[in-house]
Design a binder for this molecule. Structure first.
Ligand code: NDP
Length: 340
């Protein structure tokens, strides 16, 4: 069973040497009388929050995610096939998505973060993104936290990524005006020509982010879906309309910093009576079936499209994961561990 192990807690940007491989000869088995399930992993998801788990245990981030244990396999969302089960709800051959180890085979005890896959007319890999955790994040963050209304002006950062590309498309379905930012011209092209954002810009080519946002939103931003933090957030705050809403989904620009830099314009929250709310997707997992009711018809009718960045082989997983922090992924980053 090939596994990916965290060598030690990571400080600063992660590198490939932080993740090492282990090949164990231990044959995993469902112990008699247990409610465990033995899985063969098919796809593994690469997600930015995994960097938080790679850091030292920290009371500030513990409410989001516990640290991985050095010397043990890391874990994340994946899509897997049941090959043996002691659990009454799972039988051999079932497909599931949920938390599994970064390894070829996992023995799990199913919990609230494991879902049986019922709809297989949609690409199975989508359960690492559009029909999995990233999709739920976009749905809960946009619809529950932002309270969008038709005609409102929406800005999305990291807009071509796993979550952002969906927020933009959900905003369009709501009849909002939506602009996205991304870190390359290729991604900007995707935003405008594939995902249907009304407009988009490459934040790396803009000298004055405040002025850039003013240009796209002369009357201000009603809703900001925050994925990156840092300087962009500072510029967004000053461009918010009165009573605007900000869903704080993530702040990837901060995850590798050792000392958190202050958010300089945060006092704007007061002056502009903004509603700024952080959220964690797992609090919304009970709404997964509601999300499927909304999103499956959209996919089948061609109203939602999804771009994935698929890497072959567990051995290429660490590089793919680290690439997220350098903007290497174009769309949802995932790894193929074994054929479907
Ligand atoms: P993406 O697919 O968007 O991949 C990460 C992208 O972030 C990169 O491709 C890059 O895009 C951008 N990025 C990387 N470093 C920086 C930086 N320093 N400054 C600005 N942008 C950067 O990831 P996801 O869609 O999976 O996640 C998006 C955000 O949502 C993350 O912050 C993540 O932590 C958060 N999240 C939160 C959840 C929750 O429950 N609250 C659940 C899931 C995700 P580019 O080339 O455009 O810079």
């Amino acid at each position: 069973n090939k596994q990916v192990i965290l060598r030690d807690y990571v400080i600063g940007f992660p590198t490939e040497s932080d993740l090492i491989f282990n090949d164990t000869t231990v044959v995993l088995k469902v112990p008699a009388g247990s409610k465990t399930v033995l899985l063969k992993n098919i796809y593994l998801s690469c997600d930015p929050y995994m960097r938080i788990r790679m850091g030292k245990p920290d009371p500030a981030t513990a409410a989001l995610a516990q640290s991985y244990n050095p010397g043990e396999p890391i874990y994340a969302f994946g899509v897997s096939r049941v090959i043996d089960s002691g659990h009454p709800d799972y039988t051999k051959g079932d497909l599931i998505w949920g938390i599994v180890g970064w390894e070829e085979y996992s023995l799990i005890t199913p919990n609230f973060s494991h879902f049986k896959i019922q709809h297989t007319d949609i690409p199975l890999s989508y359960y690492t993104g559009l029909l999995g955790m990233a999709g739920m994040t976009a749905y809960a963050g946009f619809h529950e936290i932002c309270s969008p209304k038709k005609g409102e002006a929406v800005f999305v950062s990291a807009a071509s990524g796993a979550v952002g590309q969906l927020v933009g498309q959900f905003a369009k379905i709501m009849g909002c005006y939506v602009v996205g930012s991304a870190g390359s011209n290729e991604k900007v092209d995707l935003l405008k020509n594939k995902f249907g954002f009304h407009d988009a810009f490459n934040y790396k080519e803009e000298k004055d982010l405040y002025g850039t946002l003013k240009r796209f939103f002369p009357e201000g931003i009603d809703i900001y879906f925050e994925n990156v933090g840092g300087e962009l957030l500072d510029a967004v705050l000053l461009n918010m309309k009165l009573h605007g809403r900000i869903a704080v989904c993530g702040m990837i620009s901060q995850y590798n910093l050792e000392v958190q830099e202050g958010v300089h314009n945060l006092a704007t929250v007061i002056y502009k009576r903004l509603r700024v709310q952080g959220f964690v997707v797992s609090d919304y997992f009970h709404k997964y079936l509601q999300y499927l009711d909304f999103v499956l018809p959209c996919i089948r009718e061609g109203k939602i499209t999804y771009v994935e960045d698929i890497v072959q082989g567990l051995e290429n997983g660490p590089a793919a994961l680290i690439g997220l922090f350098h903007g290497k992924n174009v769309g949802k980053q995932l790894i193929v561990v074994s054929p479907e």
